[in-house]
Design a protein around this ligand. Sequence first.
Ligand SMILES: Nc1ncnc2c1ncn2[C@@H]1O[C@H](COP(=O)(O)OP(=O)(O)OP(=O)(O)O)[C@@H](O)[C@H]1O
Length: 243
Amino acid sequence: MQPLIELHGVSKSFGGLRAVDGLTATIRRGEVVGLVGPNGSGKTTALNLITGNLTADSGAIVFEGRNIEREAAHRITRAGIARTFQLVRVMPTMTLAENVAVGAMFGARPCGPSEAEERALPLLVRVGLAPRAGERAQSLTYIDQKRLELARALAAQPNLLLLDEWLAGLNPTELKEGIALIASLARDGLTIVMVEHVMDAIRALCTRCIVMNAGAKIAEGTPAEALADPGVVKAYLGDDDDA
Ligand SMILES: Nc1ncnc2c1ncn2[C@@H]1O[C@H](COP(=O)(O)OP(=O)(O)OP(=O)(O)O)[C@@H](O)[C@H]1O
């Protein structure tokens, strides 16, 4: 499989804190990769560097053969990378259909508002929100706002979808539905990187897993391999000497 995106020695500091520390990783087309690690290990910062929400201090990010580490976020979206946020960011006073249409208007195949709303409807069906297409986003529960955000990301017609704890906070039934939805996107051939603490979801969905700790990659492999790595177990649990 060809690389879709490559990170080469990417670093980002906040004051004295090295949030991402020389991260090197390759994501190939069609993979579903889990980006995992303890709280504060740099996962969201890594996503923010890929999407241009933050700019790396050093290192290179190559998407479909093109360097994007200095590109503005809107250009990266247009290049084919879409995301959801850990803390959802829907437009509360706009309808669900309008929220999703915005994704289509500013995505990889931009279009006008009426075509964008047409493109929005099948995506609302896909995430189970079609009956509420005309309601304002502010009327949704938090979980449904997450679904809406996913539909908006898909409306951008990305080649790479980044999910930041999209499954967090779901009840067992919702989790099952959420996993099935991500699996169906993967079956369609979408390349997905998911930051996730729900390890059952990582095991169910991911072909590969990258584990971060203190800003650096500490393990990589199938979920079974990576999560059993002694360094990973230690990063999550601490070792006896820390007690
Ligand atoms: N804008 C910022 N300004 C200052 N420090 C930040 C900023 N964003 C993140 N950090 C710090 O960088 C480190 C990495 O944060 P990040 O959110 O990337 O971790 P994470 O692995 O996604 O954590 P979690 O699993 O809890 O979401 C943390 O110590 C965090 O406090």
